[in-house]
Every structure is written in structure tokens, then in C-alpha cells.
Design a protein around this ligand. Sequence first.
Ligand code: IPE
Ligand code: IPE
Ligand code: MG
Length: 246
Amino acid sequence: MIMDGNGRWAKDRNFGRTRGHREGAKRVDEIVTACCRKGIKYLTLYAFSTENWNRPGFEVNMLMRLLVQHLKTMDKKLLKNNVALVAQGSLERLPKFVQLELNRVIRQTSTESPTLYLNLSLSYGGRQEIVDCARKIASEVAAGKYSIDQIDEELVRSRLYHPEIPDPDLLIRTGGEYRVSNFLLWEIAYTELYVTKTLWPDFGPAELDEALSTFSTRQRRFGKTSEQVAETEPAFETSGAAHGFL
Ligand code: IPE
Ligand code: IPE
Ligand code: MG
């Protein structure tokens, strides 16, 4: 999910942007709980992009403080719902106090079989993820572990930040913009896109249901013809159920 629109939500109400981000943070908890109830296994949230570092210092600092405040109360709720927190991005760029809190919650919620993996994208850029991946592979080739011929899609995938998390079935963007803003560039190659004008602080479980029900009407062809898909997957109309969404 690209959680966009906090600033506009606040502006519409003559509030400062801080209030919009605070309200947005509350929605995160509700959406995580709703996803657990629906049996969704993986949820990746775009919380802060590499480009967001270019926002005014005041807003960046406020977002970092808000994140830590949220992490401090989040662990109990995550444990209650059996949610394992993971994170991805250029995490070393985060202030130390954020890294410490983040790592604490990741450690405390780590479990063998969670109901939901919550993957927080922080200081995350899809291009940076691909650059980091290229560096890892290049150093392994230089060390003689692989030959250039052995570089294939599977190897690239395995060197991304979280290879254990499958490619997303659905990408939801709130706030109405038709762009991906450097989110999960490799992983969304065949993801279904859903854009809603609803601003993130207004995005609750009912809006999530709407997105999932739209998703369930999509026919995912992966390059094949409709007829081929209908033959191999006669129940495509209920593919949402097949993915455990509905
Ligand atoms: C998304 O809301 C939150 C972050 C990017 C951190 P915005 O702050 O981008 O809200 P708008 O787009 O200005 O409304
Ligand atoms: C995308 O929102 C990033 C997050 C939601 C964290 P932005 O508000 O930063 O996106 P752009 O700049 O409008 O593309
Ligand atoms: Mg925005």
C-alpha cells in the first residue's frame, strides 16, 4: 500500500500536516488488524521513501518522532495479532533512535509462523533496492561464487531486500495519484494496481473491502490469452478467494 494523502487530508481541515500524519498512523493499526482477519499473509506499507528525505527538515523530524512513538505502542498490538514486523529500505539512513526502536520491535515480534508479515518500507526506494541487489551480485561474481551466465531472474530476486516475501498480488495507492513513486519496482511487474481518491487518513476497513472486491474481478493473464487462463484456472472469478483475500 502506498499510504498517500495525509497532507491533503490535513489541509482540507485547516490543520497542520502533523495532524494528517498522526491520523494516518491510526489507520495503519486498523488496516493491519483488518488484514489479519481476512487471512492476508503479507502487507507491505510505504511509510517513507528515499525521496521523502527531501521534505522540509521539520516534517522529516516530525515523521521520525511519530514513527518512534508509534513503534513504542505498536508491539503489543502486533503480538496480540501474531504479526511479525520486518522492514526494508536504506535503514542505515534512519536516525539511531529510530533504528533502535525499529530493531527492538522486529526482534520482539519475530516468530516462526506469523498470521501476517508486516513489511514496513522506510527510507525505501525501488531503484536503490535494485542498486543494492546489483552490488551484492557483483561482489559475489567478483569473489568467484557465480559466473555472469548464472545471473538470472531467480538470482536477482533472491538478492532483493526480502526474497522470502512473494511479489504482491495487489498494490493499493490512496490519494488518487497514478504513479508508483519508486515503490517495489522489481516486485510489482505483474501486480494488479488499484488507485483510490480516498486520502490515507480516510482509508478504513470498508475501503479495503472495496479494493479487494475490485481485485477479485480482475483476470490475471500473465501474458496469456483470456481463453488460456479460463482453461487452466476456471475459477478465476473467485481468484480473490484463491489468494485468501475474500
Ligand atoms: C503520505 O502523505 C505520507 C508520506 C509520504 C510520509 P503525504 O504527506 O505525501 O500527503 P500529501 O500527498 O501531501 O497529501
Ligand atoms: C509516496 O508518497 C511515498 C509514501 C507514501 C511514503 P509521496 O507523497 O512521497 O509521493 P509523490 O512525491 O507525490 O510521488
Ligand atoms: Mg503525497
